[in-house]
Design a protein around this ligand. Sequence first.
Ligand SMILES: Nc1nc2c(c(=O)[nH]1)N[C@H]1C(S)=C(S)[C@@H](COP(=O)(O)O)O[C@H]1N2
Ligand SMILES: [Mo]
Length: 308
Amino acid sequence: MLIRHGSDIRESEVTDKALWLDRRRFLAWGAAGALALGGGRAEAAPLTAAKGPFTLDEALTPRKDVTTYNNFYEFGPDKGDPAQLAPSYFKPKPWTVAVSGECAKPGTLGLEDLIKPHRLEERTYRMRCVEAWSMVIPWVGVPLAEVLKRFEPSSKAKFVEFTTLVDAEIFPGQRTRLLDWPYVEGLRIDEAMHPLTLLAVGLYGETLLPQNGAPLRLVVPWKYGFKGIKSIVSIRFTETPARTSWMKSAPREYGFYANVNPKVDHPRWSQAKERRIGEFLKRDTLPFNGYGEQVASLYSGMDLAVNF
Ligand SMILES: Nc1nc2c(c(=O)[nH]1)N[C@H]1C(S)=C(S)[C@@H](COP(=O)(O)O)O[C@H]1N2
Ligand SMILES: [Mo]
């Protein structure tokens, strides 16, 4: 995050702006009819979800902030880029997810088939970005563990790797080399199977907007936000940890575990405090983002300053 390679980026932003204006004119003709498909929408559609466990006693971050202040480098490096560019670029399309690797029942499933066997839950979680700001977001989704179990991971499945779609037609940021696309993230298998880990399809009672990772994204509330990979098309069970995009981009700054930790500073800033979006005074950063009771045991015996 906050990595800009100077002239390179500025030039592409100029190009994008021109394309974007063109694209808006073009879309005025054809967008409306395409919105009914399930695989990612430019507009949110209502979802029915039961109240799940792990709710929070903290004020929700307004929907307006959750949907306009985003990190999604596939649309560009600035917080406003995703919400500004998504309506004209991101097109609804049939969405499939390939599940592969160390499991007995690999397969490629449509979004509906992946999610429909499960009961949608609403889960309100804190989200802490590594950049030291945070939100409280009412997600809608299914526990990742329930979905993964259907594919019968083998004893060799020690890790899970997730990949975002590559398609520069709908993700204009992928025309730049801001990151080494595709965006890749990973979890250890016990983290992936933890009951807090959510595969989200919505927020605030509606399907995800593109800027929040439509149609399917990961939410791991005790880790920094960059672990919550958006617009997932591949889930792979592996023996070794994924080489994640942020580790490739800045290995000394972003580790594989990325557990929220007030005692381990980012090399370029402190992690002791955070700014809750919409609040004026800073808050103390909570170990594991306040989920220590549920997850600290996953890391017993590990040095969290080394495994950051
Ligand atoms: N594919 C992809 N996923 C991503 C990102 C990204 O740039 N690309 N940014 C991450 C970061 S840094 C954060 S903080 C969260 C932000 O999620 P939100 O915009 O829905 O709040 O998404 C994460 N997932
Ligand atoms: Mo982030």
